[in-house]
Design a protein around this ligand. Structure first.
Ligand code: PMP
Ligand code: GLU
Length: 384
């Protein structure tokens, strides 16, 4: 047979984060006691009231197709959340509920990118940005954003084919929060060169230090900002697959055709859980935030004390991104093989991520302490 699958899938880069999670799962199934510091999946049991809301909806027969954009109740709750947190007013008709932030990202790019278009993507940055651009026929153009967004670098990267920029604040893997001045600079450039902005704020509820500014709060670019958000990280709901896309006014109708022909809709009972979660925001979000903050501080101090590791506490989220004095992929392999601690090599996130490790403090406190003990005892691999 000469038939082969399309390059669209054959040429796609695997997700380094998902593959590591599967590796850990397989090692555990084989009896190894691996401590996972590799996946951004909070060890939070979804609050019982959220689970009860889904159960109620299921028992009430919410088991049919629903509106492709999402239930009215959840879209209204999302619009209210946006008004409160970003100050941007959204008509619920401009909100599309998606299976996680990942599909909100893909939906944005499906809507924006023509074959051959270029999209500026942050490096180091989340592993799915480039593949999602490629799935839409676009070409990702990497933009270094390790510790600042440099207007000269953007100016140098922009071409007549630039269709969009992806910004992630707070950022995975660094935890960096983009300051208002940088958002404004990107907003100016987007207007001047006429490209879309995808603003991924899935860690926006986990800002520990300082203010958090959002792109959709800048009125001059409200007509070109696609906001990607998710309940995964905020509420410990990764497995529920629940996120949203907030669109510029009036753009939802054509985009919804993509939803109609792909997922159609999210389960109603999952969305009922989402409404309940958002109603509990003031109670739950600060509790989870404090939990991660305490772990970040403790773990950063212990890592920083290890020779060859330099670790600071990030402004947000639940990742540490220490610089290591050894090749990062070797360190990650050494820790996994020798002491059963899984961490992500920073080079998985591209560019200047190399030379770092990403450690997610999303396991239990006891496991985190045990992992840190093992790391402190072993240290970095000796130079070859
Ligand atoms: N954006 C970033 C930066 C992420 O790290 C993640 C993590 N998976 C997502 C979006 C999407 O998360 P989810 O699909 O679980 O909402
Ligand atoms: N975003 C999380 C991470 O970076 C979950 C895995 C994924 O979706 O990539 O670990």
């Amino acid at each position: 047979m000469t038939l082969k699958l399309a390059d669209r899938v054959l040429g796609l880069k695997p997700s380094a984060t998902v593959e590591m999670t599967e590796k850990v799962r397989a090692a555990r199934a084989a009896g190894r006691r691996v401590i996972g510091l590799s996946s951004g999946d909070p060890n939070i049991t979804t609050d019982a009231r959220i689970v009860a809301a889904a159960e109620r909806a299921l028992r009430d027969g919410d088991t049919h197709y629903g509106p492709p954009a999402g239930t009215a109740a959840l879209r209204e709750a999302v619009a209210a959340r946006e008004a409160r947190l970003s100050g941007a007013t959204y008509d619920p008709a401009d909100i599309i509920i998606t299976p996680g932030g990942k599909f909100a990202l893909l939906t944005s790019l499906m809507a924006q990118v023509e074959p051959g278009d270029e999209v500026l993507v942050p490096v180091p940055g989340w592993v799915s940005y480039e593949p999602c651009v490629r799935l839409c026929g676009g070409t990702p153009v990497r933009l270094d954003m390790l510790d600042r967004i440099d207007p000269d670098k953007i100016a140098a990267a922009v071409t007549p084919r630039t269709k969009a920029i992806i910004l992630n604040s707070p950022a995975n893997p660094t935890g960096r929060v983009i300051p208002q001045a940088e958002l404004e600079m990107v907003a100016d450039l987007a207007r001047r060169h006429d490209f879309w902005i995808v603003f991924d704020q899935v860690y926006g509820d986990l800002v520990h230090d300082g203010p958090f500014h959002r792109m959709q709060s800048i009125a001059a670019v409200r007509d070109r900002v696609f906001v990607v958000d998710s309940l995964s990280k905020t509420f410990g709901m990764t497995g529920w697959r629940l996120g949203y896309l907030a669109l510029p006014p009036g753009l939802a109708k054509p985009v919804l055709k993509f939803i109609q022909h792909s997922i159609y809709c999210l389960p109603g009972f999952v969305q009922a859980a989402g409404v309940e979660a958002l109603s509990l925001y003031d109670e739950l979000a600060p509790t989870y935030r404090a939990l991660f903050r305490a772990r970040l501080e403790r773990a950063a101090a212990r890592l920083d004390a290890i020779p060859g590791i330099a670790c600071t506490v990030p402004d947000a989220a639940f990742y540490l991104f220490p610089a290591v004095d050894a090749p990062d992929t070797e360190v990650a392999r050494h820790w996994l093989d020798t002491i059963d601690v899984a961490a992500m090599p920073g080079s998985s996130f591209g560019g200047m991520g190399a030379g770092h490790l990403r450690l997610s403090v999303t396991c239990s406190d006891a496991d985190l302490d045990e992992a840190l003990d093992r790391i402190a005892r072993l240290g970095l691999p000796k130079a070859a």
